[in-house]
Design a protein around this ligand. Sequence first.
Ligand code: G3H
Ligand code: 13P
Ligand code: ZN
Length: 284
Amino acid sequence: MPLVGVDVLLQQAQQEGYAVGAFNANNMEIVQAIIQAAEAEKSPVIMQASQGAIKYAGLEFITGMVKIAAENSPVPVALHLDHGTDFNQVIRCIRSGFTSVMFDGSKLSLKDNIATTRKILEIANPIGVSVEAELGKIGGTEDEVHVETREAAFTDPEEARYFVEQTGIKSLAIAIGTAHGQYKGEPRLDFERLATIKRLVNIPIVLHGSSGVPDEAVRKAISLGVCKVNIDTNIREAFVGAIRAVVQARPKEIDPRQILGPARDAAVAIIREKMRVFGSSGRI
Ligand code: G3H
Ligand code: 13P
Ligand code: ZN
């Protein structure tokens, strides 16, 4: 079926109490792995491309691959820009056919974050493109410092309420203790803060940096209002881990298909596992 927006997927997830996985698509094999997993699990899915992925693969290739995957599939698929920090890049993605964009204004002042998010919504809303915003700072695992510094970057619930009121945004990424990349220890999530934010904004909440967060913690976050869960690192680990295994076992192998095929299979397996944890399996 044609690509769908993220809002429609998250509205259903919110009503039924599950989350839709948003998986980072960096190349053809990962796009194929995501769609294969979604079909096997009968799950809606979000394929997302970061600015880095777009730089690597090219905007037209990313859009083209995901469109083809969606159009040949019975599962609903959304194509989403992950962490768009540049207004013009966001617009290029919308023009290219993305059905959803994230504007990550988390490094801006609250006033500027609100102003740019609104500007994007004014363009995206009338043409049915979904917009995700970010409030608070979701860092990288390498950024982790003292607890006080870490918590200072967490999303402030009152600020979230004000932000949603001022922008009319329909989904919000928040910082409650997750980080992008591989965790050194076990991440500790501020569930109380999540519950308070959800109570004040009552829109689908997005959890970033979800690789390495224990399944139980992810389930709890979903029960408290998270409707979109972003996964990149766990796919990278599975994909590259399988490549390493083949190359080590058969150092003379020169057929890329023999190396990337098992990597694609490994990505399918981890994505299917995540869909089951998120509760999106069997929803279509
Ligand atoms: O949120 C960050 C994603 O893992 C994308 O990472 O910018 O290296 O593509 P990337
Ligand atoms: P991880 O790489 O930690 O899974 O985070 C993914 C993410 O948040 C993409 O926006
Ligand atoms: Zn992220």
